[in-house]
Every structure is written in structure tokens, then in C-alpha cells.
Design a protein around this ligand. Structure first.
Ligand code: 2P0
Length: 323
């Protein structure tokens, strides 16, 4: 039986956002979400069973992880121990190429890689749907990184992500890394505060259902501009619900708004580009692949010194030996 396995997963960016849980223990999202898995910033994770050890060990980029991260990973490993009937502790060695905790989806790639490597190391033979459900127990957004390219993640009990067939568009995501530092408030805490205190949350969740239906239609008809318009309004609505939380959750920085202004100017100048932001100040700009270089150059001038990375659709989480 395999006792060690390595997996690689990429982050994904939601164009219809997940924000809010129906059940925090079981990690059930309160809204549907729709995303694009990227081909940049992979996470590589090895899980090795250590039957003789007393506890789990978690290494993040070669260094022992903090207590909270270790606990979150150990809770996830408990699911694997239960399902496989193997009580062994494990060493989890994870390497990120994306800045951790900066709203650049490191928990998505992290838990997707951990789910795939962990299932293999504990000898579980899971299909994509089961892997997606498992990854969701670590981080809801991770359910989507188990899927290549476009994915839709269903809300409610047993939530999982599945592929969304999309053709006729050639999208790129230009990522402006304004601040790679860890965020002041975790998305988990921010989500809880938003759902519990923001008077705008229910209205956004309802409008998000309309956004999803309209985005699916736009994707079906290959209308990237419509996809971008809907993505931008969905993200701004999510941030509005957070700003209305008590106390406010504000991830957007002055530099974020400067980039948003530039994106509007690009559109005014005939270059279709649309912005989305997650639990951090960084901006991801959706555009046509053919326009990506123009967009990246404009943003480089707007945010001098900030890394700009252009991503396209990327692969599903997979074992390192698979192709
Ligand atoms: C998303 N985000 O759909 C949304 C949009 C950030 C903003 O999923 O509590 O790390 O582990 O499920 O997945 C970030 O939150 O939160 C996230 P948990 P997660 O991508």
C-alpha cells in the first residue's frame, strides 16, 4: 500500500464568489460559485504516513507551520484516518509558489493538493467528485481547484465542484500583486462577521444567483465581455457586503482603487478588461488572451514595482506522477 504521495494543485479565481457558510463545521457554502483554475502559482504537497510518531507534523515551505495551521491540517487528516481506518499520524510537507494568506488563493491550491496527496497516501481510491468534496472540508474554494479550467461549486449539503464546459473564449487573468503580506483578518473570520452582521449580505446572496445564471448564459454564448461585467459586479457586491459588516471588513486598499480606475480607462479606450478582488487588496483582471500583454503593460505603469503575473486556464489537482 502507498504510504507517501505527492500532489500538485493550482489556485483558482472565482468570478462568481463564494462568501458565507451554511455550516461552518462541515464547510457547506451558502452560495454557489464559479471559477477559473489558473496555470500559475502551483502548490506541491507531500503526505507521508508516520505510524510511529505521536502527532502530525506540518511543514510550510520547509519550516514548521504555526499552531493554527497545524491544527487545521490535522483536523483534515482526521477525515482521512476515519475513512481509511488507518490511525497513523502523517508528515505534510507543502511548498507554495503563491504568497500565503494574501488573498491569492493559497488555501485553494493548498487543500486541493493535500486532498489528492492525502487520499493516495492513506490508500483511498476517490473519484473527482469525492476528491472535490474532501478538499472542500479543508477550504471551500479548494473544492474548485480539484477541477481543471472552469468549475462550478454547488452550495448546500454535500457540496462539490464540477467542470463547466466552456469553449469559444480565450481568457487570460492578469494578476496585480499589490501586497503579498498576510491579511489582517482571515477569510473565515471575515465571512462569519459578514453573514452575522452585514445588512447587505442576504441581498448580495440573492443577486449572486442571478449573476450565476446570467454568467452561465454568457459563457455558453462565448461572450467574454458579458462574463467580465458580471464578474466585476459580483465581486464589488461581495466587497460591499463586507464594508457594511459591523465592524467593517475592508480588504481593498487605496492602490486597489487606483488599479480599478485604470481598468475603467482601459475599457474606455476599447480594451475589454474586468476586475475581481478576493480577501485581499490584489486585483485580478480578466481579459482576452490577445489583450493580456497590453493590459499587463498598462497595469505595470499604474502599479510600479508590483509583480504582474499573467495566468491562463490551468490543470486539475493531480498526483505528481500523473500527466
Ligand atoms: C472565493 N474567497 O470564492 C472567495 C471569494 C475569497 C473571496 O474562498 O473558510 O479560504 O477556508 O472556506 O476558501 C477564500 O476563502 O475560506 C475564498 P474557507 P477560503 O474564492
Amino acid at each position: 500500500m502507498t504510504e507517501a504521495a505527492t500532489a500538485i494543485a493550482h489556485p483558482n479565481i472565482a468570478l462568481i464568489k463564494y462568501w458565507g457558510k451554511a455550516d461552518e463545521r462541515l464547510m457547506i457554502p451558502a452560495v454557489d460559485s464559479l471559477s477559473m483554475t489558473l496555470d500559475v502559482f502551483p502548490t506541491t504537497t507531500t503526505v507521508r504516513l508516520t505510524p510511529g510518531a505521536g502527532t502530525d507534523t506540518v511543514l510550510l515551505d520547509g519550516r514548521p507551520a504555526d499552531g493554527e495551521t497545524t491544527k487545521r491540517v490535522a483536523t483534515f487528516l482526521d477525515l482521512l484516518r476515519e475513512r481509511s481506518n488507518r490511525p497513523a499520524p502523517a508528515v505534510v510537507d507543502t511548498r507554495n509558489t503563491v504568497p500565503t494568506g494574501a488573498g491569492l488563493a493559497s488555501s485553494a491550491s493548498g487543500f486541493a493538493a493535500l486532498a489528492v496527496a492525502g487520499a493516495a497516501a492513506f490508500g483511498l481510491d476517490l473519484d473527482r467528485t469525492e476528491l472535490s468534496r474532501l478538499a472542500r472540508r479543508g477550504s471551500v474554494s479548494a473544492a474548485r481547484s480539484v477541477i481543471a479550467g472552469w468549475a462550478i461549486c454547488h452550495r448546500g449539503t454535500g457540496a462539490f465542484a464540477e467542470p463547466l464546459p466552456v469553449s469559444g473564449i480565450d481568457p487570460a487573468m492578469v494578476i496585480v500583486v499589490l501586497n503579498a503580506g498576510a491579511k489582517a483578518i482571515s477569510s473565515r473570520g471575515a465571512m462569519r462577521r459578514t453573514t452575522e452582521t452585514s445588512p447587505l449580505y442576504q441581498a448580495w446572496a440573492e443577486s449572486s444567483r442571478v449573476d450565476l445564471a446570467e454568467m452561465r448564459a454568457a459563457l455558453d454564448s462565448g461572450d467574454l465581455d458579458r462574463v467580465g461585467e458580471i464578474a466585476e459586479r459580483n465581486a464589488l457586491g461581495m466587497h460591499a457586503t463586507m464594508l457594511a459588516a459591523r465592524p467593517a471588513v475592508r480588504y481593498l486598499a487605496p492602490a486597489t482603487l487606483t488599479v480599478l480606475d485604470r481598468v475603467l480607462q482601459l475599457r474606455g479606450a476599447g480594451v475589454p478588461a474586468y476586475a475581481t478582488m478576493d480577501a485581499g487588496p490584489n486585483v485580478k483582471v480578466l481579459c482576452r488572451s490577445a489583450d493580456a500583454q497590453t493590459v499587463a503593460e498598462a497595469l505595470r505603469a499604474t502599479a510600479p514595482g508590483c509583480p504582474i503575473v499573467t495566468a491562463r486556464c490551468g490543470p486539475a489537482a493531480r498526483l505528481a506522477a500523473e500527466r
